[in-house]
Design a protein around this ligand. Structure first.
Ligand code: PLP
Length: 372
């Protein structure tokens, strides 16, 4: 089945009890036992498992082409679940540029467990090779990365990881399974902040981890979900499943808008630099062409001047909303350096744009007047 069809039909059936077409929302926290003490439908209590979360997990596993999916209450909880597989003495390689919260987890939480962490520029495979150790158990990548949209060669990383049997986990939040298929390049886990494109409407939080194969590690991730308890509510799962039906079309339309916006900014003298993998002068453009069918809907732009000029441009925007997060139908703008704190490597004049579903001409007109 093609991905658009899966997005609509995966894990959906006409409700046998009522013939309802819309999937039911099961809010029940507990499930009846049979007289013999068994659970006839496999569900006992809402935290370990429930039908609405199962439907979402099954849909995501199918969209990603993975063997299993485990959903969490946030993207941050999903990345922590992967890190829970690590033990004292293990070594992790992480990206120098990624969602700053993931870097913070590795630095402030994981490092405290007796796990050593090296941050490298994962766009340069030699740097990864250079710090690979016999005890390297995990290589974490994020591609395209936040906020400079850097591209990491997933297959190249997977080849290096094989040498020590390390697992490769890819934060695929910016691309989604519509624009990037990490399992086809050898990744072991794909991680998402479902709060972004999966939810797609800036009204629900969630996280997901998809495993390529069912093995000890995927079983531990499922057990960790119930034991650590960072589970999404059935309503949040239902909302995300609902939004997934339109994901392929939203991603393509938002990416097409982003390309138009990026080309406009690229040609504008008031702009110092544009980061968008679809632009020919982007350092990861060739890799993006090989690894992605389209280039995504995030565009970062360095405005001429410094932080005050960038902030002022954001302040004049009318259609772009000044807000954090991304992936919704409405376009957002954010001065990332001020969110990421004083030690951020992000340029002070960088604005990150999350391109939505508005008409690209209106978005360009707004940027044009804001840059004056
Ligand atoms: N990964 C990426 C690329 C993100 O942009 C974010 C959030 O901004 C996260 C992970 C964390 O996700 P959440 O905010 O759902 O915990």
């Amino acid at each position: 089945m093609k991905i658009e069809t899966l997005a609509v039909h995966a894990a959906r059936e006409i409700d046998p009890a009522t013939a309802a077409i819309a999937p039911p929302l099961h809010l029940s926290t507990t499930f009846e036992r049979s007289p013999d003490g068994s659970y006839p439908h496999g569900y006992s209590y809402i935290r370990p498992d429930n039908p609405t979360r199962r439907a979402l997990e099954s849909t995501l596993a199918q969209l990603e082409g993975g063997a299993d999916c485990v959903c969490y209450s946030s993207g941050a909880a999903a990345s922590m679940a992967v890190f829970s597989l690590l033990a004292p003495g293990d070594h992790v390689i992480g990206p120098r540029e990624c969602y700053y919260g993931t870097r913070q987890q590795l630095r402030e939480v994981v490092a405290g467990w007796g796990v050593s962490v090296d941050f490298v520029d994962t766009t340069d495979l030699q740097q990864i090779e250079g710090c690979l150790r016999a005890n390297t158990r995990l290589i974490w990548i994020e591609t395209p990365s936040n906020p400079s949209l850097r591209l990491t060669d997933i297959a190249g990383v997977a080849r290096i990881a094989q040498r020590t049997g390390a697992r490769v986990a890819c934060d695929n939040t910016f691309a989604t399974p519509i624009l990037q298929r990490p399992f086809e390049h050898g990744a072991h886990f794909v991680m998402y902040s479902s709060t972004k494109y999966f939810g797609g409407h800036s009204d629900v939080m969630g996280g997901a981890l998809v495993a390529r194969v069912k093995d000890d590690a995927s079983a531990k991730l499922r057990s960790y979900q119930a034991v650590a308890g960072a589970v999404p509510s059935p309503f949040d799962c239902w909302l995300i499943r609902r939004s997934l039906s339109t994901l392929p079309y939203r991603m393509r339309a938002q990416a097409a808008n982003a390309m138009k916006v990026a080309r406009f900014l690229h040609a504008d003298q008031r702009v110092e630099r544009v980061f968008y993998p679809g632009l020919e002068d982007h350092p990861g453009h060739e890799l993006a062409q090989r690894q992605m069918p389209d280039f995504g809907a995030m565009v970062s732009v360095c405005v001429r001047g410094g932080a005050p000029e960038a902030m002022a441009a954001a302040g004049r925007m009318q259609l772009f909303t000044r807000a954090t997060s991304l992936g919704g139908v409405e376009s957002l703008v954010e001065h990332r350096a001020s969110v990421e704190g004083p030690d951020t490597p992000t340029p002070q004049n960088l604005l990150r744009l999350s391109i939505g579903l508005e008409n690209a001409e209106d978005l360009i007109a707004d940027l044009d007047q804001a840059l004056q």
